[in-house]
Design a protein around this ligand. Structure first.
Ligand SMILES: [Zn+2]
Length: 161
């Protein structure tokens, strides 16, 4: 998937937690690719969509940051990273689910071709779903204080905080 769509999906996922975290989510949403560029010179055997795209690693990172975090920055980064591998799993080449298997993991049939119109539609659908979740979900994600104030990320009272 191209970066533009990774950014849309990562930003949408992060906005569900808190719109303030969108930039961090965007950094995370591109991380599996730029981490590849950083690691590759050190480990030339690293494959594209290899170790940095393992779904299980990003799920583990989310769990870790749910337990220990600083202002949910780590969580937003990990959710961004997860959104990247989630998006890549929609494409034909897929992603590895675990580091121990070469089998590629696909969601929804993995029919998207990178750079094709379909991925824009997928990114748009994710954005709409996340927006809808924030507006209509009875589950409010946020800190206890935010919940008390009826916190709705997309209609956040910026001046009042
Ligand atoms: Zn990628």
């Amino acid at each position: 998937m191209i970066w533009q769509n990774h950014i849309i999906i990562g930003a949408s996922f992060a906005a569900v937690i808190d719109p303030v975290l969108v930039p961090v989510g965007v950094i995370g949403a591109t991380a599996p690719d730029w981490l590849e560029w950083i690691i590759k010179p050190l480990y030339p055997s690293l494959r594209h969509r290899g170790a940095t795209h393992v779904v299980l690693y990003w799920i583990a990172a989310i769990v870790l940051f749910v337990l220990i975090d600083y202002h949910r920055i780590g969580l937003a980064f990990a959710i961004g990273g997860f959104s990247h591998v989630f998006a890549d799993s929609l494409t034909i080449s897929g992603v590895p689910f675990t580091p121990w298997s070469d089998a590629r993991f696909h969601l929804f049939g993995g029919k998207l071709r990178t750079g094709n119109g379909g991925e824009y539609i997928a990114a748009g659908m994710v954005a709409v779903l996340c927006f809808g979740f924030v507006l209509y979900s009875p589950v409010k994600i946020g800190t206890a204080a935010e919940k008390e104030n009826g916190f709705i990320p997309f209609f956040y009272d910026w001046k009042g905080s």
